[in-house]
Structure formats: C-alpha cells, structure tokens
Design a protein around this ligand. Structure first.
Ligand SMILES: *Cc1c(COP(=O)(O)O)cnc(C)c1O
Length: 354
C-alpha cells in the first residue's frame, strides 16, 4: 500500500511548516516579547500549581478564563471563544465558514497555509505601495469571488503598519462574508484617532460580520498558546461547534486566569517595547543603504540591497532576524528586544553595512 496515495490532494500539495530553531545569542526573529515573567508573577504561577487536578480534564468551556477576558475587553463572556493560539482560531473559522478565503498580501502566512490545508480556495490581493489596503482592487475581487472569509491583520505582519480604519470598515461594510480583523499586535499600536484606541473592539456592535482576534503570544505569554476570538454571540455560537472539546489545557487556563485577573502586568513591558521601537526605527533609518518602514507592532521591517548577505553576517555575530526576501524583495524583519539587544543589533547592522 502506498501511503502517499491515501493522502488528500490538498494535503499532498503542502510541506510541513518549519519553525526553524536556529541557535543564536540574540533572538529577534519571532516577534516574541524579550521579557519573561517578573519574579512576582513567577511566584503566582508556582503557587497556583499545587491546587491543580492533573488527573482531570480541563474545563471544556474555560468559563473562568473567559469571564476574566470578558471583563478585560468589556464584552460579554458569550462573545469570547478561545483557541490554542490564534492559529487554532483561524483554523476553526475556516472549518466553520469555508472558502474562498481572501486576504491582502504580504501578510501573516497562516491564513494561506490553513486555507490550503483545509482544501479551500485562497485569493490574495496585493496591498498598495504604502502597504495599505488597495480598496478598489479588494472590493473588485470580493465582488468577483464572493469570499466566505476575509482576513485583515492590522497592524499587519510583516509590514508593521495598521491599515487605515476607514478602509477596513469599508471592507467590513461591503463584504458578503465574515471579516476577521487579526489584532495580534494591537497593544503596540499608536492611537491613531479616537476609534482605534482599543482597536476595532468598540466597533464590533456596528458590524455583525466582524470578528476580532487577539493573542497573548506577542505580549509575553507565547508559551501558553492562548488566542482570543471576540465577535457577536451568534458568530461565537457557530464557530464553537467546530471547536474540539478540551482545546485549552488546564495549565494555560490557570496561569492565564492568575496573571490576567490583577492589573495588566504586561503593560509596562509593552510601553518599553514601543519606546524602543521608536528608537530603533530612527537608528536603523540612519544607517546608510537601509530603508526602515514605520511600525505599529513589536517589530520593524527594513529594506536593503543584499538582504541575504546582511542576514548571514548578522547571524555570524549571533543575531537572528527574519529573512523576508522571498516575501518582500530586499526586506528583513527585526523584533524589538531588550534595550541591550536592540543596541547590539544596531551596532552589528552598522558594521555589516559599512
Ligand atoms: C504571531 C501572529 C499570530 C499568532 O498568534 P498565536 O496566538 O501565537 O497563534 C496571529 N496573527 C498574526 C498576524 C501574527 O503575527
């Protein structure tokens, strides 16, 4: 029996996602927070462990955690669905609504990867020259292919910018399907006018087809794998039907409940990262032969003549960034690290570019 001949055509066409583990001194490639828990928070986590029932299944509905998050986001508990990372939520959305799945490019690769794995048609629409939504092109394609789902990452990974809110809302108003605004990096966004201060959350009530994704991964808790979907009760109830029963494990539930119940312990780190981002932007922009793109996220996209050479020489100095040359010609992406890591990166970049 030929195993490969048993595999679905849509799966055969895939290759496994390689999350490379490249050894390095300074890791600035995956948009993680450079800060581990404070020793205070670490104690809170340690203390919560002794009361856990490791022999029991987790709470299938994660009720307590959803209640904590509902308070934090000022929505009803019935408007929240949790995933094992927002990756799982993207997967559930596609399992629930199907395709075509439409998204602007370049953007987060998982929309396409998951749609492809599910055998759903993907429609990619180029962003404009400012990396903003090309409304004309997008609306034309929406009309043409009638997508069940539109994914908009704002701030967008890997370009770093927020899409203009009028354009996002224009899409949400016109699209015949569900419009997902993936706000993985929203905590790092500058406030760009009144209605985006809390991202698109306050606008949910006006757009019945809108879904918002948040995650704890970029704000210091990537290890927990906790993605948060916020939408109307109606949408949540439908997507919940395709969720596997115990998708959020007890450890992640308990740790998140304990860490998120008090004051927002990630706020200070986020503030520092934003400040460092602004410093890094100025300093990268000053390096001869490098163009930096402004960012509302915890990373900076920058462009230069020979990205592969620069990537390799940075790595030789122990600094790992993301090589995006194949996605956006000439571009590398660097995650904002600690002030010391950022200074080491800048210095290495200056030396390499000399
Ligand atoms: C990192 C990232 C995610 C992944 O979130 P997880 O919760 O870690 O699965 C989702 N969307 C975008 C745009 C990202 O960059």
């Amino acid at each position: 029996m030929e195993i490969r001949s048993l595999v679905l055509r849509s799966v055969k066409a895939l290759s496994a996602y390689e999350a490379k583990n490249i050894p390095c001194r300074i890791k600035l490639d995956a948009n993680e927070s450079p800060y581990n828990l404070s020793s205070e928070d670490m104690d809170i986590v340690r203390n919560s462990l002794s009361s856990l029932e490791f022999n029991r299944y987790p709470d299938p509905q994660a009720r307590k955690l959803r209640a904590v998050l509902a308070r934090r986001y000022k929505v009803k508990q019935s408007q929240i669905l949790l995933g094992n990372g927002s990756d799982e939520l993207i997967s559930m959305l596609i399992a629930c609504f199907g395709g075509p799945v439409l998204y602007p490019v370049p953007t987060f690769s998982m929309y396409g990867i998951i749609a492809k794995a599910a055998g759903r048609r993907q429609v990619e629409v180029k962003l404009d020259n400012d990396f903003d939504i090309d409304t004309g092109r997008m609306l034309a394609d929406i009309k043409r292919v009638n997508p069940k789902l539109v994914f908009l990452s704002s701030p967008n990974n890997p370009t770093g910018n927020c899409f203009s809110s009028e354009r996002v809302l224009g899409i949400a108003k016109t699209a015949p399907g569900v419009v997902v605004v993936d706000e993985a990096y929203q905590p790092f966004a500058r406030s760009l006018g009144s209605n985006v201060r809390r991202g698109f959350l306050p606008l949910l009530k006006d757009y019945r087809n809108m879904v918002i994704l948040r995650t704890l991964s970029k704000v210091g808790l990537a290890s927990l794998r906790l993605g948060i979907m916020i939408a109307s009760e109606e949408i949540i109830a439908e997507v919940n039907k395709v969720r596997l029963p115990f998708n959020i494990n007890t450890l992640s539930q308990e740790v998140a409940i304990k860490l998120l119940s008090g004051k927002d312990s990630s706020a200070k780190a986020v503030k520092l990262i934003v400040k460092e981002r602004e410093r890094m932007f100025e300093e990268i922009a000053e390096v001869d032969g490098v163009v930096a793109f402004p960012s509302d996220a915890n990373f900076i996209l920058f462009k230069l003549e020979d990205p592969n050479m620069v990537y390799n020489r940075l790595l030789k100095k122990g600094i790992l960034v993301r090589n995006l040359d194949k996605v956006i010609k000439g571009c590398l992406r660097v995650t904002v690290g600690t002030p010391q890591e950022n200074s080491a990166f800048i210095e290495a970049l200056r030396m390499v570019m000399k």
